[in-house]
Design a protein around this ligand. Structure first.
Ligand code: DQA
Length: 154
């Protein structure tokens, strides 16, 4: 592949409050801090990245649809929508891009309702519990997958 892999990173509801939101669970880094890490990592790995955060389902879905026109893959933390948004799951499935779902906290070690993700079946994988590092791992995993797929089709 002779052009940069392009990844859309989407943060869901209330992730704009990171840093002050339940810091014992989500850590003390703000979303601005995390986005700076994502962008620095993208530069290091020669990935083109666009990062956004939306509190409402409609904007998340529109961002997923838009990714179809420019991105090779999606990294998404759907926040609480993870647990009940069939609309986001369908949007992810509809665009047909490889998706990695990320959670800062370990959703399998918290309240029972969090252990079910309705969006994960539309993803190639899920990273949960590794904090902001999860976003960087997700980008690496997508890059490798996309480059492998491209080389195979050459
Ligand atoms: C979260 C986990 C969700 O259960 C929660 O609703 C969030 C954040 C995480 O990153 O750990 O908003 O997605």
């Amino acid at each position: 592949m002779n052009r940069q892999v392009r990844i859309s990173v989407i943060h869901g509801p209330s992730l704009n409050l990171l840093g002050t939101r339940e810091p014992t669970i989500y850590g003390s880094q703000s979303l601005t801090d995390i986005d700076a890490r994502i962008k620095a990592h993208a530069e290091l790995r020669h990935i083109t990245v666009r990062v956004c955060q939306h509190n409402d389902e409609g904007h998340i879905i529109e961002t997923i649809h838009e990714a179809r026109n420019w991105a090779d893959g999606i990294v998404i933390n759907p926040g609480a929508y993870t647990h009940y948004s069939y609309a986001i799951r369908d949007a992810l499935a509809a665009v047909g891009l490889p998706v990695v779902e990320v959670h800062l906290s370990n959703i399998h070690a918290r309240e029972e309702f969090r252990s079910r993700s309705v969006t994960a079946p539309a993803a190639v994988g899920q990273i949960s519990g590794l904090g902001a590092h999860g976003y960087l791992l997700a980008m690496d995993a997508l890059q490798e997958r996309i480059e492998l797929a491209t080389n195979e089709s050459d």
